[in-house]
Design a protein around this ligand. Structure first.
Ligand SMILES: [Zn+2]
Length: 198
């Protein structure tokens, strides 16, 4: 027996979420169908609210309820150091490291030649513009330790060096191929302390 069309449709939509395969999409679809109306309402409401309220900070591109975000508008932070990360989730991971008191820049991804993601698809131009306008003395590149993250780090470092700004890359401790988002606080803290000039 074929699955009813409305359920098929749900599965197709849910399958588009990152890391969700067909089996998981199927499980989630049947789960949602069993949820109470009030739970479904709360679920949909939380998505709608978050999408309405959250905006991209026009300085660092972090997701925030305010623009500029809390970090960019914090005058007690070190405003001449920027840590460059791929995603807002990576920023959250690095922000758990208390020793780091600088600012951030969220690229919105990494260069990926295989997926046709070039410099124009992520926020490299905006980063360069910011570096030219603000007085930044060091850029710490904290892209992921996978091949796309490495390519991105090298590409950005070459441009930044020409602006006579110190560029460093997170040091030892991060697992090769690892996503910053999933690294623990101690590991990131060590990687920042052990950062190397590029
Ligand atoms: Zn910001």
């Amino acid at each position: 027996m074929n699955r009813p069309q409305p359920i098929e449709k749900m599965i197709e939509v849910i399958k588009k979420f990152p890391g969700v395969g067909h089996k998981m999409a199927e499980r989630l679809s049947y789960y949602i169908l069993k949820m109470s109306n009030s739970d479904v309402d709360r679920f949909l409401d939380s998505i709608r609210k978050a999408r309405q309220i959250m905006k991209s900070c026009s300085t660092c591109y972090n997701l925030s309820e305010h623009d500029p975000c809390q970090i960019c508008s914090d005058s007690t932070r070190d405003h001449d150091v920027i840590c460059v990360v791929e995603t807002p989730q990576d920023l959250i991971a690095v922000s758990k490291v208390k020793e780091y008191r600088g600012l951030y820049f969220v690229l919105g991804g990494a260069l990926s030649p295989l997926d046709a993601i070039g410099p124009a698809e992520i926020k490299i131009d905006n980063l360069i513009k910011r570096l030219k306008n603000d007085s930044i003395t060091e850029v710490i590149i904290a892209t992921d330790a996978d091949s796309n993250g490495e390519v991105t780090a090298i590409y950005i470092a070459e441009i930044i060096k020409k602006l006579n700004i110190k560029v460093t890359r997170l040091g030892y401790g991060l697992p090769v191929g690892g996503d910053i988002e999933y690294a623990d606080e101690v590991t990131i803290s060590r990687a920042i302390a052990g950062r190397k000039e590029m």
